[in-house]
Design a protein around this ligand. Structure first.
Ligand code: HXC
Length: 289
């Protein structure tokens, strides 16, 4: 669905930095239907996307996913923003893809229509994305969290891939990312039985990097975003690219890419500033160049 025409979108993006407040939608100034988007942190340098479809437990319908993508596009273009946090409610991060929407799908329509093609936007973000998962992250919800670069969990969070119970399998990277994160045996157990992991189990298995009391989860994720945003955005993007390559490339090729990116940092002003600041015993002031 086209939400607004290209030229209008361009004009609005130019103005976005000052019309983007609270839950307003920068494109039309109308609110999003299924998400809230705002800038957080002392310097407003962290984008926050909150999934907000409580009646359906944040089931990831087509419109919700398009709104997430639109908000991400905006945060990517906003030079003030250095990281993005995606969260849900205290009860649920997301209960998966929308089963009511999927119910009448057919194979030919899925295959030729390339359904789910727009689900990958989170993975292609240049800026780091942090999932702050309170409550349930099931199916596509768990997959969306795993597309993020860092996962923080509230202490009541649960992660699961229950698609098998619906007669289907994960379709947004669940079998691949979960296996890389927690290993074959646990991934098999979760995907083949629908077994859920608690936050503590997810931490132990390496799926999440931090577990926090429910109320502190989002502030902690924003703090993490602020720490990331205080560094050079260009160097951060290089570091993120290098780590992500570890999931795609054999070790020797990954090391070669890392070396090239390391060399590339020496083409930036921020590398010079970082090392100069260290030698001058002061805090670096990065210009993202
Ligand atoms: C659409 C959903 C939904 C979903 C919940 N709802 N999950 N609607 N898609 N994935 C709706 C219910 O229909 C209900 O709406 C309302 O949310 C509240 O849900 P309840 O079941 O009444 O709540 P509760 O008893 O608390 O149980 C919570 C729950 C359960 C355990 C999360 O809802 C559940 O099992 N949901 C499905 C989880 C799942 O299987 N996820 C994987 C989906 S497949 P009404 O209108 O009846 O009040 C998937 C594939 C991804 O994600 C592939 C790639 C995209």
């Amino acid at each position: 669905m086209v939400l607004f025409c290209r030229s209008a979108a361009f004009a609005v993006r130019q103005a976005a930095s000052f019309i983007f407040t609270g839950t307003r939608r920068y494109s039309t100034n109308a609110p999003f239907k299924f998400i809230l988007a705002s800038k957080k942190g002392d310097k407003e340098n962290v984008g926050l996307i909150q999934l907000n479809r409580p009646k359906a437990l944040n089931a990831l319908c087509d419109l919700l996913m398009r709104e997430v993508n639109e908000a991400l596009d905006h945060f990517e273009e906003d030079s003030q923003v250095g990281a993005v946090v995606i969260t849900g409610s205290e009860k649920v991060f997301a209960a998966g893809a929308d089963i009511k929407e999927m119910h009448n799908w057919t194979f030919p329509a899925c295959y030729t229509g390339n359904f789910l093609a727009h689900w990958n936007r989170v993975c292609s973000a240049k800026k780091p994305v942090i999932a702050a998962v309170n409550g349930l992250a099931l199916g596509g919800g768990c997959e969306m969290a795993m597309m993020c670069d860092i996962i923080y969990a509230g202490e009541k969070a649960q992660f699961g891939q229950p698609e098998i119970l619906l007669g289907t399998i994960p379709g947004a990277g669940g079998t691949q990312r979960l296996t890389r994160a927690v290993g074959k045996s646990l991934a098999m157990e979760m995907v083949l039985t629908g077994k859920r992991l608690t936050a503590q189990e997810a931490k132990q298995a390496g799926l999440v990097s931090g577990v926090f009391p429910v109320q502190q989860l989002v502030p902690e994720a924003i703090r993490c975003g602020e720490r990331i945003a205080s560094n050079s955005k260009i160097i951060t993007a290089m570091a993120k690219e290098a780590i992500n390559a570890a999931f795609e490339l054999p070790l020797a090729e990954g090391n070669r890419l890392e070396k090239k990116l390391f060399y590339a940092t020496f083409a930036t002003e921020d590398r010079k500033e970082g090392m100069t600041a260290f030698l001058e015993k002061r805090k670096a002031s990065f210009k993202d160049k």
